[in-house]
Design a protein around this ligand. Sequence first.
Ligand code: UD1
Length: 435
Amino acid sequence: MDKYVIHGGTALHGEVEISGAKNAAVAIIPAALLVEGVCRIENIPQISDTDMLLTILAELGARVSYINRTTIEIDCTDARYQDAPYDLMRKIRASYYLIGSMLGRFGSAKTTMPGGCNFGVRPIDQHIKGMTALGADVSVKNGFVYADALGGRLHGARIYLDKVSVGATMNIMIAAVLASGRTIIENAAREPHIVDLANFLNSMGADVRGAGTDTIKVNGVEKLHGGSYSIIPDQIEAGTYMVAAAATGGEVLVKNVIPKHLECISAKLRETGTIVQEYEDSVLVKGASNLRRVNVKTMPYPGFPTDMQPQMGALLCLANGTSVITEGIYDNRFKYVNELRKMGAEIQVDGRIAIIEGGRRLTGAPVMACDLRAGAAMVIAGMCAAGETQVEDIHFIERGYENFVGKLRALGADISLVSFPDEAETGSDKIIAFG
Ligand code: UD1
């Protein structure tokens, strides 16, 4: 079993380069299925979620080639409708984008219900509502989603989302690009990766307007052509290193970012007393010797992101005073609190609210990564704790952080990826990689 082993107490110092945005990449890769031609995509993050989606596309007949570590070419000219590999699809949340892209390209889709992190019930009713409005017959049976465009092609429609949903907004955009006529998505989500997907689609010949506002208009086109596109930097990866720098009391220059996308995180960190200086494409974070308590409420963009909530929770265990976190997006995103308690944190949870009695010294412990961002929170807590922390289930973390161990070690963290023998095996622990 692979674990991260962390010896806490070292403040992070230095520079870290942020990779391409996971939540943009996991939509753009499936959207490439709409394109008959070569899509050259730069700044692809090296994470397991993107690997899985590229494998799924290849199984549908796409030609996928790496030009260098972060640049790929995808040619879906010869892709054909067929059953997608369900064992891979059920592992990732973003496999739901295959519903939109297969419907748009082939007029039919059959996918599994999506997997991914479990923060309670994560329905896809708004995706289905959107596809149905575009003229698809959609049904869910035995864990599979079946969708067929009546007449073989989707048509434009006006769709009002009952919930502000990132996934539904992007999925409907993908499906609508090759539909006949105009689609209007109202109450759309406004996250940076939504704008990025729209820019990608437009650079391949689509006509998507208004992304980044709550009303998106898609004028359907007959065909998309190949082109070149570079994915934006990852807001959440950047935010994680910012919080890690602040929590450990270090000083880190977080490079290759769009500071505007980080404002919601920078503002909250400043309230804790952390210094955040913005430059053109980087932010410098200097930790305070005494962190102050703050209240945090997660909201759709431009609010504080739910995907930064666990990392902030770890930091607030160290801040002086009582902090309150209100989770505004998911019903069950505080599972990680039990793990922080093992390290000495004092946190009470009541539904969507967590009350953190800060100012505690954390102590190292064996903990689990309950999900991707919860795993990042455990690593941050481990780097601040006295003694050794072992983080299990790190496959969750590797879904979304490129070279996490290597980047943290370059900042001075004492963290290693260690392969522990199964109980049946004998022999000493073996370090298999540093990054
Ligand atoms: C995406 C992100 C995830 C992030 C989340 C919110 C990806 C692959 N994942 O997830 O990292 O935490 O946005 O920023 O991009 N909902 C419904 N019905 C639906 C869809 C959503 O009720 O059809 C609810 C969800 O349960 C949740 C809320 O709406 O309570 C927002 O979810 P949504 O924005 O859709 O999240 P995801 O797209 O799944």
